[in-house]
Design a binder for this molecule. Structure first.
Ligand code: 9D3
Length: 243
């Protein structure tokens, strides 16, 4: 059965299924048409129990911005979960979360169903976060104005790992961030070249025209290691002990 994403948002229109919606094209678009993934947005606002359809309120203790109220989010989560009998893994997209990386994406891709909570608000009342006990995930150390974009990043990264989604099964395995380096470390990609063999006086490296597949493979690994060492030495550092 298809991997199902439920997105809880106050902007459900961002998760349309027709182009030009971001997820309706390219690999996620094809995956959806092939029935390998599906997504459904639940509008949190519909669950506001007040006549103004208010889902947020001013923070206790003062300060700027608005805080998502407990009740609408709680009711929206329970309603979204009831749309399908399969249990959903709850994920809250938040700058306070653990930073997403490819091993986490691989883990999430094992799920049958992911429930993603995304927002435009400054924060969520901590009590509903405590009750929902979601996995809290950030997509990186920068500030977005729309948590929905983080949800889309996660959906895109997970979708391409669903079995059958990539036409050429090799490209998921061989690309950047697949373990290939010393100690099965994940490396940055090697440089790529295509025709013409000379452009603006710049030739393509000879080895790539040699037809010697073993030499090509060795050259690519060396260039990947070189780039990783120069640009992302953090990727080559030994893992810290888990505890
Ligand atoms: C003033 C404090 N802000 C935190 C830095 C509040 C705030 C800013 C932006 C709260 C939420 C947001 C919207 N961002 C997300 O919802 C979000 C996010 C992000 O901004 N960066 C990286 N990953 C993520 S996941 C969700």
């Amino acid at each position: 059965m298809a991997l199902r994403f439920d997105i809880l948002t106050t902007f459900p229109e961002m998760f349309g299924t027709e182009p030009p919606a971001a997820l309706a094209v390219s690999i996620p678009g094809r995956a959806r048409k092939a029935g390998l993934v599906e997504w459904h947005a639940t509008d949190i606002r519909v669950f506001a129990d007040n006549k103004h359809k208010k889902t947020d309120d001013r923070p206790f203790g003062g300060g700027p911005g608005m805080v998502m109220m407990c009740q609408p989010l709680w009711d929206a989560v329970l309603a979204a979960e009831a749309l399908d009998p399969r249990p959903a893994r709850r994920v809250l997209l938040t700058p306070q979360g653990r930073r997403l990386d490819q091993p986490m994406v691989e883990e999430l891709a094992q799920s049958e169903r992911l429930l993603l909570i995304a927002g435009h608000y400054e924060g969520i009342d901590e009590r509903v976060v405590e009750r929902l006990a979601p996995q809290e995930i950030s997509i990186g150390d920068y500030v977005l104005s729309q948590g929905e974009l983080a949800a889309m990043v996660l959906i895109d990264a997970v979708t391409r790992l669903v079995p059958g989604v990539l036409g050429d099964e090799g490209s998921a395995v061989a690309d950047s961030f697949s373990p290939a380096g010393p100690d099965r470390k994940r490396l940055l990609d090697h440089p790529h070249y295509t025709r013409p063999a000379e452009w603006m006086g710049m030739p393509v490296p000879d080895v790539l025209l040699s037809g010697d597949h073993a030499r090509v493979a060795r050259w690519r690994l060396e260039r990947a290691l070189e780039r990783t060492t120069q640009r992302r030495p953090d990727l080559l550092k030994p893992d810290l002990p888990a505890d």
